[in-house]
Every structure is written in C-alpha cells, then in structure tokens.
Write a protein that binds this ligand. Sequence first.
Ligand SMILES: NC(=O)c1ccc[n+]([C@@H]2O[C@H](COP(=O)([O-])OP(=O)(O)OC[C@H]3O[C@@H](n4cnc5c(N)ncnc54)[C@H](OP(=O)(O)O)[C@@H]3O)[C@@H](O)[C@H]2O)c1
Length: 289
Amino acid sequence: MTTPVLATGLSGLVGTRIRDLLAGRFDFEDLSLTTNINITDSSQVQEAFENSKAQVVLHMAAKTDVDACEDDKQFGEEGGAWQVNVLGTENIAFAAGNTGKRIIYISTDFVFDGTKEFYSENDKPNPVSWYGYTKFLGEQKLLESDVDVTILRISYPYRNRNNVRNDFVHRLIDVMAKDKKVYGLTDHIFTPTFIDDIAKALADFLTRNLPGIYHLVGSSSLPTIEAVKLIRDTYHLKAEIIPIDRKTYFKDRAFRPFKLALKNDKIQKLGLKMLTFKQGLKEIKIQDS
Ligand SMILES: NC(=O)c1ccc[n+]([C@@H]2O[C@H](COP(=O)([O-])OP(=O)(O)OC[C@H]3O[C@@H](n4cnc5c(N)ncnc54)[C@H](OP(=O)(O)O)[C@@H]3O)[C@@H](O)[C@H]2O)c1
C-alpha cells in the first residue's frame, strides 16, 4: 500500500522529479494552484488538510527566482515572495498543527551569507537576499510552531533534461552548444545537488520522523568555473570558458552569497549517499541520452 503525502510544489523543477521517482511508494496529494489551492489562502489550506488522511506534508512550493524576489522586496509583506514563502509556510504550519500532521520543508543554502569556509547545520543563518530572507523566515515560522518539523536545505539542484524548466546544468549546456563560449565564475563556490539523491533521501524522511535541520546537499563544493569545465567535458562540448568575477557577472542583479560550501555529514550519518557533482553529471548524461 502506498503512503499518502500532502505535497506542495509538485509541479516545480524539484517536485516533478520527486513525484516521478517516488510515485510507486507514495500517494502524493497535490496542493497547487492547478488543484485550486493557493497556499497564501489559509482557509483553502486548512480545508485541504482536514480532508486528507496523510500524516505527513512535503512543503516544496516557493517563489524561487532570486532576482524576481529581490524586485519584490519593495512590496514587503504584500509582495509575492513574502506571501508564498513566509505567509504560505505559516498557513501550512497552522493547518498541520490543527490536524496533527508533521512537515518536511525544503529550504535553501541561501539562508547563509557565504562568508564562512564551510556551513554545517549548527551555523547561524544570515540571509543576504530577499529570497534567502523569506525562506529563512519560513524556517523560523515552522520551528516556532508546535509541529514536528524536518528542514531539508538543498542547494543548486540539477537533474535530467525535462520539459518543466532547465536546471543550471542544462542552461549551461545550451549556451555552450549555441554560442561556443560561456562565462565561468572564478570567485563563487557552490554545492550542486543531484535531485535523484534528494528523492532517495526523501523516501527515508517521509517514512521516518526525523525532526531537525539537515543539509541535503551533494558531496562536493567547487568554484563555478570548475563546474562549467566538468559539464563541458562530460557532455563533450567544444566551448571556450571565459573567466569572470561575481562583481561583473551579477552587476545590477540580486546579491548572491559568495562561498556556499555546505557540509552533508549529518545526512551521510543516516546512511544516505549523496553524489559528487562529477558523479551526478555522469548519471544525468546517461539519463539524457
Ligand atoms: N531551484 C533551486 O535552485 C533551489 C535551490 C535551493 C532550494 N530550492 C527550494 O526547493 C524548492 C523547490 O524549488 P523548485 O526550483 O522546484 O521550484 P520551482 O520550479 O520554482 O516551482 C515552484 C513551485 O511552487 C508552486 N507555487 C508557487 N506559488 C504557489 C502558491 N501560491 N500556491 C501553491 N503553490 C505555489 C509552483 O506551483 P505552480 O506551478 O502551480 O505555480 C511550483 O510547483 C523550493 O522550496 C525552493 O526554495 C530550490
């Protein structure tokens, strides 16, 4: 028998892959605008929770476009980023509290400011973008509630080619194939995460109640320019990689944290294996062909 799960964000980049990989084991009840549930509307959320037998909620819905969220900052609590990422999450916490369900919340490495060498779950968040700030407040709303909460911070998720939207890997592949050149950031360190690993880990977290914060991220942190080289070589593309610094590349765009090397030791201690970027790329290359 499949386990029922109330889920938001199933139509997104991450959510579609989670559903594809886990549909045989879990029965996902889709809470989305398509099923007439806007998570910013507390009564719609409450009604959906009351009508569901699921004991667990997987909350992935968010406003995720970092630059669009920054533009939203001027509207404060009235803006879309706040409404979905903070108010929406608060509504879910409230409804889960009323109906005795636990929550798994997908959060982000952007809760950190990127000034430390490595980040563990014990490090204090200090978001530097409006997106990161609203996601952090979402975390806070959940932790302040009386519900069992698991916060899974993911980072630069990538997957096979799909018709939902391109991840950063496929955006770079397309630029390299078309323009035969691409920029590679020299002073930006990140921790890419294979979405199939997130799905495998979620199968565990959906079955076992493991409250707390976890960095559900890949096993390698690297400068963006190194990642671009790995993508080019794995996909046998011929493109020139032009080194560029963050200041020039992100001019006039939302400020990004500089060094986002997240440690995943806590996840590994649960026996969950997370691939390095090199290993993950090999997998998606096979899936793409
Ligand atoms: N992508 C990344 O680089 C990244 C990095 C770190 C963490 N994350 C986190 O991972 C999670 C999934 O990200 P993603 O990239 O898969 O997201 P995405 O592709 O941008 O999709 C966003 C999802 O949120 C839903 N949604 C937005 N507003 C809603 C509302 N008012 N009511 C109900 N549903 C709403 C969307 O539904 P519709 O299709 O109906 O609009 C869609 O399913 C997010 O929580 C994000 O913060 C993402």
